[in-house]
Design a protein around this ligand. Sequence first.
Ligand code: TRP
Ligand code: MN
Length: 450
Amino acid sequence: MFEQRPAEFENWRDLPASHQPQYPFAEQLTQVTRDLRSYPPLVFAGEVDQLQHLIAQAAQGKAFILQGGDCAETFAESNAERIRAKIRTILQMAVVLTYSASVPVVKLGRIAGQYAKPRSQQYEERDGVRLHSYFGDAVNGFDFTRESRTPNPQRLIDAYHRSATTLNLIRAFTAGGFADLTKVHEWNKGFSSNPAYKRYNQLAHEIDKAMRFMNAAGADSESLRTADFFSSHEALLLEYEDAMTRIDSRNGKLYNTGAHFLWIGERTRDVNGAHVHMLSQIENPIGVKLGPSVSTAEIQALLEKLNPSGKFGRLTFITRMGAKQIVEKLPPLIQAVKADGRPVTWICDPMHGNTISASNGYKTRKMSDVLAEIKGFFEVHREYGTHASGVHIELTGADVTEVLGGVEEVVEDTLGKRYETLVDPRLNHQQSLEIAFLMSEILTDKSENS
Ligand code: TRP
Ligand code: MN
């Protein structure tokens, strides 16, 4: 029934695979993956190729990548209201960047499949009870009971269905009128009058004017009414990713049909490991997260393994160094890539190197650190003559209080008000817009200087 995949792909099973769930019953997993394999693809390979082309543009400074969404999506929040708010936030950020910097923005959600997390502690202990850590809804439940915390393969099926319904809604929103550029004002309705929103409303007003002008002048383009939107998640659970990897009937090549873009985490990027091998075999554009400990030898090995033929758009390095280290750690990596000669796309993740504990115990981040890392990232690339091609951000569309700072300031005492994340702290809607305005200033400078 299924076309045979090359033996080279299947070899991932012989390699060390870190951060995989320990399921109590192996037969259940076999049944689940057999089912998954028969389910329809979530994305079409042609879209995947189109995204690779757009990322290639970004790699050459002709577009900008905005990758954003939850640290971990949850089944409970995969409802219309939350998805709409997230899409709206990303679209608003994209509009700010597109308009201010006059550069096409590649909209890539950390969405429709971001259901699994690697954890440094395999177990969590509370009052003498030791259970599995929470590894994301695709693996186990957050509730601290034995039943919920035991990894359950059936959750992979649920993750597939949640991904499918989420993606369906995204497609409906972005093609069905919600992303229409004549509606930019509406996306901001109902928000308070803080400075980020005021600024957004001004910009929306200018866009309205431009749209009316174009209308009057007879320019009427479909591309103003719909937006391209792509999905991505961390390729962590190898059995799931394996089941979604299929041969494309157009060209006989392997595609992961569970998302347009996949990335490998900082903890699973061992060049001799199963994750890197699996993604080396597929056609999708892929990313690798790089933290401060990465060596230039590892950079070289990753390039060789993941982009041997040196295709633009194929390999993205997502750096997450932290505000304090970015300026020191990024240059040697850029030089290693230059020395190799094969292209990569550089994206800044200003979130994961900046996680701290507040004095009251909350895991948080500071807006000022997020901004500082983005600035440092752009500065280093400017200095080395390479392109800063995008950002990777953890955000949500709701008004949560998880990240410190912002114009409507979240301080340590207010963190508890709406701290909803189950894993990492996310920028709220207004903080996300602030970041977009800051980046649009940096991007505008850049285009005016060049
Ligand atoms: N189609 C273009 C794009 O996707 C322009 C566009 C339409 C757009 N709606 C948008 C851009 C909403 C940003 C946000 O980029
Ligand atoms: Mn995270």
